[in-house]
Design a protein around this ligand. Sequence first.
Ligand SMILES: NC(=O)c1ccc[n+]([C@@H]2O[C@H](COP(=O)([O-])OP(=O)(O)OC[C@H]3O[C@@H](n4cnc5c(N)ncnc54)[C@H](O)[C@@H]3O)[C@@H](O)[C@H]2O)c1
Length: 450
Amino acid sequence: MRFLPDSREPKVAIIGFGYVGCCLGVTLADQGLYVTGIDRNPHLVSELNAGRCHISEPGLSEALEKLRGTSRLTFDTEYDAIKDADVVVIAVGTPIGPDRSLITEQLEEVCATLAPRLRRGQLVVLKSTVAPGTTRGLVRPLLEGGGLVQREDFGLVFCPERLSEGNALSELRELPIIVGGCDPESTHSAAEFWKRALNVPVCEYASPEVAEIVKLADNWWIDHNIALANDLARLCDVFRVDVLQVITGANSLPKGTGHVNILLPSVGVGGYCLTKDPWITWNAARERGVRLKTIETGRAVNDAMPAYTHEAISAELARAGWDPKSAKVAILGAAFKNNTGDLRSTPVKPVVDGLLAAGVTVSLFDPLADPAELRSLMGVEASATLEEAVDGAHCLAVLAGHEPFRQLDFAALRECVPSPCLVFDGRAYYSQETIDELRRLGFDYRGIGR
Ligand SMILES: NC(=O)c1ccc[n+]([C@@H]2O[C@H](COP(=O)([O-])OP(=O)(O)OC[C@H]3O[C@@H](n4cnc5c(N)ncnc54)[C@H](O)[C@@H]3O)[C@@H](O)[C@H]2O)c1
């Protein structure tokens, strides 16, 4: 059976209208499709209905505003809109528990609510990141609990979301989509849907397990690659060479179908995906008697970077003759990712904790993060301005590479700080020219691996 209408644009329902659901829904509606976003959070739905969007993603609020009142994008807390949809996308959260196993509670709740409402001919697309085997082994039987039979009555595919925060809206229109169906017709219908909806390349696979593992492999690679960069930075610190020079040189080597591609070191890895997806992978293997040691190592290396950072700051303060107990460190940038205000699992939190435990006075400034959220997460009142945060600081620690921090007027800041003052570069990757200028102004400079 074919799971896509021939004669008209498919109607879409997206269950779970958080970060991924909202970015995808807005993009599909902007492409001309009729989309309903369904979320169990009534506050979220009423905010969206009122034209407000709490998600900080460049261009998202503007795109929502453009679609407001057009009927191409509607929102609901109820699942009734499912009956009109041709394609039902599931994009709910899939966190991990204390034992690092996948928590499928949201997914199971969606399936239980969706199952009795499914109708013949619909295509269900799972986007939430899951452990291998979840689409076929958990989602399919739960949906079939409603009485319909997968393949005969409805289609089911896994299509991972691979966008990266900060570039979501452009990436959704460019990234190749991975499609792995529970049967050939589900795979073909989903591939055709994405080509028609977004006009992007589609990679078709004959099983959902391939697609599930593709997603996990991507984030495994990213986390592991960053761990390599972080270890390389620690090595470069020992030999007093610049890790960025080493990475540029190393990456010039052609290898495989591209080049060696070592990513950048930093204060640590945070956010919703890289801190959990490798563990979903690791746990799925562990349950089957296989130990994935590269995941353990990568996670351990990256999790150790905040401690490396605050210890390096304390050591530099002591070397400059400042007692950490009477020193002030201004943290510039608290988000886990450059140019976002996203504080989820930010590695800056353990840096702040470490500095406070060492008796350091900490001030915080992040122009993109919510001040109330900052205060409740960090236990430190956020400064309203850069100048307030920096005033009297013995160290300016740039821990998120937000654009404004790349263009700081260090000559002006020099007037507000004692001498010597350390600029600690956790993510800005200042050029050699800027570092020379900093030294000329009387600042000390230290970076991760620099
Ligand atoms: N955030 C990212 O950058 C990103 C990138 C790629 C993939 N992913 C994956 O996509 C999935 C969604 O991530 P997210 O960041 O959008 O999560 P999120 O927490 O922002 O959104 C999930 C939404 O689902 C809703 N929800 C939960 N249970 C529901 C139910 N039974 N019925 C209706 N709505 C329900 C929640 O209220 C919430 O709004 C996760 O599996 C994540 O790993 C996330």
